[in-house]
Design a protein around this ligand. Structure first.
Ligand code: 5GP
Length: 210
């Protein structure tokens, strides 16, 4: 087991990518494989639960009124509307984990990512691409829980979201069945980010102390 040192600091980071790129599966793989390194920021949303989803696990499922109340009292770090529903990051989700040395995953869309860039300058941003457009559409249809209208809306949004790729720090391609490999790539990115000198300024200052 490696000695605990400053390089193990937790860092908040964003994972974005079009609906159907497989972000959810990658996040699950990350949390299962590296539970001591990663934690998930659980967002609040007004959208309906999909089959198999649990309140407080994938999202906090709340009403529009409750969401608007939380915005008004300043409990939401950033939020957006997507497919006519609210999605937002509760403030408490971010720092509770980084203080424990875990890096917090914000699985959010591009507009929210740009807000995070401003609000949390220490965060880094990862974009997940599906291998190609056909695979993206097949994955959205394969879910079986979205209506045709919703699928079309998500495809149109995917085109817009991919235009935002240049504003991200890292891009990874999620092949079919590639979630475990993508999770390993993200763990490598985190290791490199933790070693950036700009995050470790106190090392030189403290080297001969203590
Ligand atoms: P889905 O309905 O497929 O779970 O999520 C739709 C989109 O909303 C995804 O791109 C997801 O990353 C994004 N999203 C989920 N939670 C948040 C959030 O807290 N803030 C923002 N800005 N986007 C979110």
């Amino acid at each position: 087991m490696a000695k605990e040192h400053a390089f193990t600091k937790g860092i908040p980071f964003v994972i974005s990518g079009p609906s159907g790129c497989g972000k959810g599966t990658i996040v699950k793989a990350l949390l299962e494989k590296y539970p001591e390194r990663f934690a998930l920021s659980v967002s609040a949303t007004t959208r309906k639960k999909r089959e198999g989803e649990k309140d407080g696990v994938q999202y906090y499922f709340i009403s529009k009124e409750e969401f608007e109340r939380r915005i008004a009292v300043g409990d939401i770090l950033e939020y957006t509307t997507y497919s006519n529903e609210y999605y937002g990051t509760p403030k408490t989700q971010v720092y509770a984990h980084t203080e424990m040395g875990r890096s917090v995953i914000l699985e959010i869309e591009v507009e929210g990512a740009m807000h995070v860039r401003e609000l949390l300058p220490e965060a880094f941003l990862i974009f997940v691409l599906p291998p190609n457009a056909e695979t993206l559409e097949a994955r959205l249809r394969g879910r079986g829980t979205n209506t045709e209208e919703d699928i079309q809306r998500r495809l149109a949004r995917a085109k817009e979201e991919i235009k935002m790729l240049p504003y991200y720090d890292y891009v990874i391609v999620n092949e079919d069945g590639g979630a475990a490999a993508a999770a390993d790539e993200i763990a490598e990115i985190l290791s490199a980010e933790q070693k950036r000198v700009c995050r470790q300024k106190e090392i030189a200052a403290n080297f001969f102390l203590a």
